[in-house]
Design a protein around this ligand. Structure first.
Ligand code: AHR
Length: 490
């Protein structure tokens, strides 16, 4: 296949926040996965697992959403501050009915963000919290002056306010966040958002709880009613093997299951286009962002694990579908300014899985690391026409590609969804001239290959052989693989 990359035809910036993550008080994401406490035998810094934090730092995670998810609308921030032994505990009724001791609260979240060098995105409680509770939380975190709340923060060990840019006003308020009608939520949003004051240097970027999948009425109602007082509207869109009621298994599937997942993942674009069209009508100047703050593959839990913990393995199939979706976000980067994969550790399409003091990096982790050069890059024009791949009447594009330029580096990512055919690629780079290529490949023997605690490196990146002469790249992109090539401007 022949491809032309016109590196001087820029198509708009890919916000780095598209590579954001999500960590909820759910299963073993926060506790065990990220936070083990200061007294743990597992090496930690101020309670945060050193091995996990070090691995995550490699991803240069731009933003982290917390504390939920459904948990956010059941969370009362005051329970998570002060001396740990006196913090009240609660039952996490959303996720497995386990006891939540609140040892990981506001101060611990900001500590984690500092260790990861990532920006915090906090989701507030609309479903079961009060307006006052939300306004007080923002003051507690961000006010530098003399106030009872700011002084309480100081007494709890944090002198200076934290920098908090992103704040979500509720989560899935059409469902676990209160089962509201869109019209009711729009009114509630206005009331809550009014009291989110700006204490810091930068105004708080407010994100409204948006629609699920293709719920056009929810988006239409928000755009009609709250567009004047929101910066972003969220979208939640998960992928399944077939449907919510037939989610499939993360590591046991056949060829049909592989392609069905690809088809399902790609269908996110239909929902994005639907919401973009509504947003364009009310906001032609593109001031309000679409924030895909929950996305990823959602399968049945691993056999024998707590069904409320959403613990699933992660295979080559997840890696390829992640690249497909990230490419879709790149394509729609004019409207999509942030996305947060669900979730960071031990839950759904995770970057990392842990068991006791062991940890493995998932194939999805490798994709995020390989693709990080796209963050804040200028998308460049890429012209290609590829065939399809599939089985039993399911057809998906065989090749997906994206290219961007930043600081004199051109990053090209591509994947081959076919389970049976390699693809010969000849890519002509027009525009600037490049040298110094580097190419990484992620592939494996079988589509169901995963990294396990016994075999943690079954799926890992290797070098991809390429030739680069006269501005032309030549390579073979193996079946079922993903690759990232970087080139330096001469
Ligand atoms: O990510 C798991 C759950 O999925 C979140 O808590 C909720 O917002 C969504 O339904």
């Amino acid at each position: 296949m022949k491809i032309v990359v016109n590196t001087s035809r820029k198509q708009g910036k890919i916000s780095k926040y598209i590579y954001g993550q999500f960590a909820e008080h759910l299963g073993r994401c926060i506790y065990e996965g990220l936070y083990v406490g200061e007294d743990s035998d597992i090496p930690n810094k101020n309670g945060m697992r050193a091995d996990v934090v070090n691995a995550l730092r490699e991803l240069q995670i731009p933003v982290l959403r917390w504390p939920g998810g459904c948990f956010a609308d059941d969370y009362h921030w005051r329970d998570g501050i002060g001396a740990k032994e006196t913090r009240p505990y609660m039952v996490n009724t959303n996720w497995g009915g386990v006891v939540e001791n609140n040892h990981f609260g506001t101060h611990e979240f900001f500590e984690l963000c500092e260790q990861l060098d990532t920006e915090p995105y906090i989701c507030g409680n609309v479903g079961s919290g009060t307006v006052q509770e939300m306004r007080d939380w923002v003051e507690y975190m961000t006010f530098d002056g003399d106030s009872p709340l700011a002084n309480e923060r100081r007494r709890n060990g944090r002198e200076k306010p934290w920098k908090l840019k992103f704040f979500g006003v509720g989560n899935e308020n059409w469902g676990c966040g209160g089962n509201m009608r869109a019209e009711y939520y729009a009114d509630e949003y206005k009331r809550y958002a009014t009291f989110i004051r700006n204490y810091g240097e930068e105004p708080i970027y407010k994100i409204a709880g948006g629609p699920n999948n293709g719920d056009a009425h929810w988006m239409e109602t928000l755009m009609q009613n709250i567009a004047h007082m929101t910066d972003g509207i969220s979208l939640h869109n998960y992928s399944f093997e077939e449907s919510w009621s037939n989610r499939g298994n993360a590591s046991v599937f056949d060829e049909k299951g592989y392609y069905l997942l690809m088809e399902n993942a790609l269908s996110i674009e239909k929902n994005i286009k639907l919401h973009e069209a509504i947003m364009d009508r009310y906001d032609p100047e593109n001031k309000i962002a679409l924030i895909v703050d929950e996305w990823g593959n959602w399968f049945e839990v691993e056999p024998g694990t707590n069904p409320g913990f959403l613990y699933q393995q992660n295979s080559m199939r997840d890696a390829i579908s992640a690249m497909l979706i990230l490419h879709i976000f790149h394509k729609h980067a004019k409207r999509i300014k942030m996305a947060n994969i669900a979730q960071m550790v031990n839950v759904l399409q995770a970057m990392i899985l842990t068991e006791g003091d062991k940890m493995v990096l998932t194939p999805t982790y490798h994709i995020f690391r390989m693709m990080k050069g796209h963050m804040d890059g200028e998308s460049v024009d890429i012209d290609y026409d590829c065939g399809t791949a599939g089985v039993d009447g399911i057809e998906v594009p065989k090749i997906s590609m994206s290219a961007s330029k930043k600081d004199g580096i051109l990053t090209i990512s591509m994947c081959n969804t076919s389970l049976s055919e390699d693809e010969e690629i000849e890519m002509c780079l027009s525009g600037d001239s490049y040298t110094d290529t580097n190419a990484e490949l992620l592939t494996s023997q079988h589509m169901t290959d995963c990294n396990t605690f016994d075999a943690p490196e079954t799926v890992k990146p290797t070098n991809l052989n390429i030739s680069f002469e006269n501005s032309t790249l030549k390579l073979t992109l193996p079946k079922m693989s993903a690759a990232v090539i970087t080139l330096k401007n001469e």
